[in-house]
Design a protein around this ligand. Structure first.
Ligand code: UDX
Length: 443
């Protein structure tokens, strides 16, 4: 099927390449000429396992092209809109400038019967605002949210755990109208490999589809902040939050995933999405319904400070002129993304207190250096640890969690203090090697 993908950032670039990889004819469109040049050369503009391969393959096959020219969208049957919806500069709400610009740019090239499929994470109610403009051209608007995780983005796109499609509903029957039925059928054809595997395919109304995405992210963020709140209680009672998480996680209704206590969540999605959701609920007069999301955010931000407090306390009440090695910069492992990274935030705070901070990371150093040039960056892990008074793990890469031998680290560092900001290290092994180990929410 011929399709266009408007917006070639994280979501769009992966979506375009993934769609080509399952046999579609795809043109990726973005206003950023540099990004388009990079993608056209078949180079992944960011670190994402599997992306490079499908980009190269797609371009070689001739099924995948990239351009800044919106007119190339003409003739495509489906137009995916995957532009960013960042947090507004002066508030918490989502900034819809790029969504509106993408739709305005696309309108002249839409034909009767085309499908516009919104993928961006938007405030509930956005499709209702966009629909009249799109439908005036004879095209149909559907909302088809994306649940991809960085690091698993290709797999999540090709083989998602569910597909959600928000379509127009006939008010008398409460089921999709003929346009809606047709739209759902086209998307079944788009996602044919997943559909063939009986992946749940949920056809609903557009506001529900918009809400599914923000509700899922709000739930995940709440789960993390819940366990981090328990970590705060554990810290004053001598309890161990990791054992608590294991114990409650055995209850199938709760589940162990996303109960990893530590320095909390970051990245380009969860923090901004819960803030935008709270802001949207207020606009709708239902601020109190999700007021807890403010707490979720506050708990999350407190955990970064807690890691800094542990560093200060462990080094005798101050970090001034102490050598601290920060293991990690990315907001999570398998990613070079440093947007709202708790790891970098901890590093910057320690630097602000006068510590000599050395940051290392397997993938994110260049991105980190761009936004925080004041920190010292070292690519080699062992070089970074050499001479440290304390080390602090803030991104649980396997390079640190599994592959860093505590005795070896001890032969490089000056001090024997380790702060485990992700509860990812084997505490007993580090203690046995002579280190004083501090976890998050652990005695
Ligand atoms: C998230 C959602 O998972 C995804 O479905 C959505 O489409 C986009 O937002 P992503 O931002 O890639 O994906 O990261 P995710 O793996 O969800 O992790 C988010 C943050 O939470 C990371 O900083 C991670 O370190 C942190 N986290 C995760 C915890 O602190 N504890 C956990 O138990 C799990």
């Amino acid at each position: 099927m011929r399709m266009s993908v408007i917006g070639c950032g994280y979501l769009g670039a992966v979506h375009a390449a993934a769609m080509a990889s399952i046999g579609h004819d795809v043109v990726g469109i973005d206003v950023d000429a540099r990004k388009i040049d990079t993608l056209s050369r078949g180079e992944a503009p960011f670190f994402e396992p599997g992306l490079q391969e499908i980009l190269t393959e797609g371009i070689a096959s001739g099924r995948l092209t990239f351009t800044t020219d919106m007119s190339r969208a003409k003739g495509a049957k489906v137009h995916f809109v995957g532009v960013g919806t960042p947090q507004q500069k002066d508030g918490y709400a989502a900034d819809l400038t790029y969504v509106n610009a993408a739709i305005d740019g696309l309108l002249p090239y839409l034909s009767e019967g085309d499908l516009v499929a919104g993928k961006s994470t938007v405030p509930v109610g956005t499709s209702a605002e966009l629909a009249p403009r799109i439908e005036a051209t004879g095209a149909t608007l559907v909302w088809n949210p994306e649940f991809l995780r960085e690091g698993w983005a290709v797999q999540d796109t090709v083989d998602p755990d569910r597909l959600v499609v928000g379509v127009t509903i006939d008010p008398t029957t409460g089921t999709p109208d003929s346009d809606g039925e047709r739209a759902a059928d086209i998307l079944r054809e788009v996602y044919h490999p997943a559909v063939a595997k009986n992946t749940p395919f949920i056809v609903t109304d557009r506001p529900t589809a918009e809400l599914v995405k923000v509700a899922a992210n709000a739930f995940l963020a709440t789960k993390i902040s819940f366990i981090n709140a328990m970590a705060e209680i554990a810290e004053v009672t001598g309890a161990d939050v990791t054992q608590l998480a294991d114990a409650i996680g055995h209850d199938a209704r709760i589940g162990r995933r996303f109960l990893g206590a530590g320095i909390g969540f970051g990245g380009g999605c969860l923090p901004k999405d819960i803030r935008a959701f709270a802001a949207r609920a207020e606009e709708l007069g239902r601020g109190e319904s999700v007021a807890f999301l403010r707490e979720v955010d506050a708990i999350n931000l407190r955990r970064r400070e807690r890691a800094v407090e542990l560093a200060v306390a462990s080094l005798g009440g101050g970090v001034f002129k102490k050598n601290i090695t920060v293991l990690g910069a990315a907001f999570k492992p398998h990613s070079d993304d440093v947007r709202d990274s708790p790891a970098l935030d901890v590093a910057v705070r320690l630097h602000g207190l006068g510590a000599w901070v050395t940051v290392t990371d397997p993938a994110a150093i260049e991105n980190a250096r761009r936004i925080h040039p004041q920190l010292n960056y070292v690519h080699d892990r062992d070089e970074a640890i050499r001479g440290a008074d304390a080390i602090i793990l803030v991104t649980e890469w396997d390079e640190y969690r599994r592959e860093l031998d505590p005795s070896h680290a001890g032969s490089l560092a000056t001090g024997r203090i380790v702060i485990d900001g992700r509860n990812g290290l084997d505490a007993a092994a580090w203690r046995a090697a002579g280190w004083t180990y501090y976890g998050m929410g652990r005695p």
